[in-house]
Design a protein around this ligand. Sequence first.
Ligand code: ADP
Ligand code: ZN
Ligand code: ZN
Length: 675
Amino acid sequence: MLFADVILPLPLHDTFTYEVPPEMESDIKRGCRVVVPFGTKKIYTAIVMKVHGERPDFDVIKPIKELLETTPIATEKQLQFWEWISKYYICSMGDVYKAAIPGSLKPKDEQAIREKNRRRKNILGDAFLSDDITCLSPLSEAQGKAYDEICTSFETHKTTLLHGVTSSGKTEIYIHLIDKYLKEGKQVLYLLPEIALTTQITERLERVFHDRMGVYHSKFTDAQRVAVYQKQLSDEPFQLILGVRSSVFLPFNNLGLVIVDEEHETSYKQQDPAPRYHARNAALVLANMFGAHTLLGTATPSFEVYHAARKDRYGYVQLNQRYKDIQLPTIQIVDLKEARSKRKMKGAFSFELIDAIREALENKEQVILFQNRRGYSNFIECKNCGWVPRCEHCDVSLTYHKKTDQLTCHYCGYTYKLPEKCPACEEKHFANKGLGTEKVEDQIKDIFPEATTLRMDLDTTRSRTSYENIINEFADHKADILIGTQMVTKGLDFDNVSIVGILDADHLLHQPDFRSYERTFHTLSQVAGRAGRKHRQGKVFLQTRNADSDIIQQIVNNDYWGMFFQQMTERKDFHYPPFYRLIDVYLRHRDNQLLGHLADDMAERLRNVFGNRVLGPDCPPVSRIQSLYIRKIMIKIEHGASIEKVRNVLTAIQNQMLEQTVAHGLTIHYDVDPM
Ligand code: ADP
Ligand code: ZN
Ligand code: ZN
């Protein structure tokens, strides 16, 4: 008699054992899916981890209902990779399984493959497809040198950082590298942050690699993702995958190179649900399993990566010149304190910025305006008594959206009608506080009624096509001014933008987080990098109340090094990454008071083991979401400490906590290396 240990698509830590009916015995293998009963009524598609002959020690062992395939849908390497994710990020294999396999994966989904190819042709138009000549452009001298240095670096370092200023032509270098590996018969995985995976980049690569390339995007339908997944399992997989975070879960058989573009992007980290993995770090592990090389590319490296490069754990290649030697944009600081006191402002715009926009418009050039908040105003406030409407389910004030004339909670998405009068004092006068992208658009239309504008934020880009449409329209100069949140920073390449306006740099700086300086530097340098990419030097206006601060000066001078060293001293002194590893423990419960006690209890148990490495519990800045109260305990672990031991202690303490009857309704989860 054979038995199979399987994982269910549930957040459960263990595998479950089923009996293998005799007719399945010859076909069932690790990595195949099976249909199994669970509990009294439920039926799940599970995945086989182990087939063995040891009868487990309990009475009723249910038989497997159905074997879905005889060829495994997850390769041995994938299963090992899942195990790493589950262990490192302290989540269940069931969570990883759910994230890794597209929902409706069916054996041989030929229909979906055809559908995908048809759609791809439509996106590209026939011109590209008929042109079957590989068009690699010759690299500039600086690019060629960087390319050679990367190849040399790979001889001694599996992982290499390409630190190249914005618009230095990193993509072109990637293309040449990909070509080299494909010619050697190796597979390549090219990772991009979600939002940066646009037709701009897809077309650029497709022109060179044609049908050897597959695209994997989370906005694709399940069927489209299944098609790519199936193709990767087949005998003729795509040699190149261009994809987002989740493409690290695709099957590869001969991976030779991984490229992680914009490696500093925090969106590589999955927040919710589990597995809360970091795609860059996971990709490094994946590459290691294949003995593949990894190239991490960025204009503003993350501290983790730059630190590793300085310690010579990673190779390091620098590219300081923009393509065609166009100068980096100049950044002019506008002191908002002074501008306000001298009344040299119109709404959110300083006179300097207005003049620059006017000149750009007269020259038929384009402008990007950056404000990292969507909506019209952050919140509304009663002018009489100061009452501020808040979400009933979350601990946040509501954002006003003028277009829909509604108040929205940006955490749970709940919308509310604007109250007719203040429920506290019955007055009818509300003030709009704070500056959102909608308000920016209103103001710019007042100042330049003849200019055409586009807005790019979460509200205008709900679908993949709307995001692409905005980019295409702006690239075709169908609008003069693009207003956006951080979305406008992600590697977009527009020819004709001469002016970038950063309306309020301070908002980013004042996030209550040890990474806020690093992140401000990344974001603002990236926004600035959108100016003057093709023809001549661009200009950036940076409006701030902290004109004299070090960080603003470092951004203006493109002084990554200065920023890095200053911040690293603090990171070291206060035990933060990259010197220490953080694990956030989140506890959630409906009852706030009970949660407080439970969190204290858990922190106490953790302190008994980890001592003063444990901080908290604290209420996070948003301490209630969707009616669940939240507490956070932070653990700081020395690098080099065994993550396995830490995980075992955490799991043991979690079990002790959840065994208590008072803890009914408590959920605990972990965020390892939080962003
Ligand atoms: P980065 O990714 O470093 O910001 P890109 O790779 O987007 O820069 O390059 C910036 C611009 O320069 C793009 O429009 C790209 O098409 C152009 N470019 C870069 N290298 C070359 C090259 N070797 N030949 C032709 N155009 C290039
Ligand atoms: Zn009031
Ligand atoms: Zn809410």
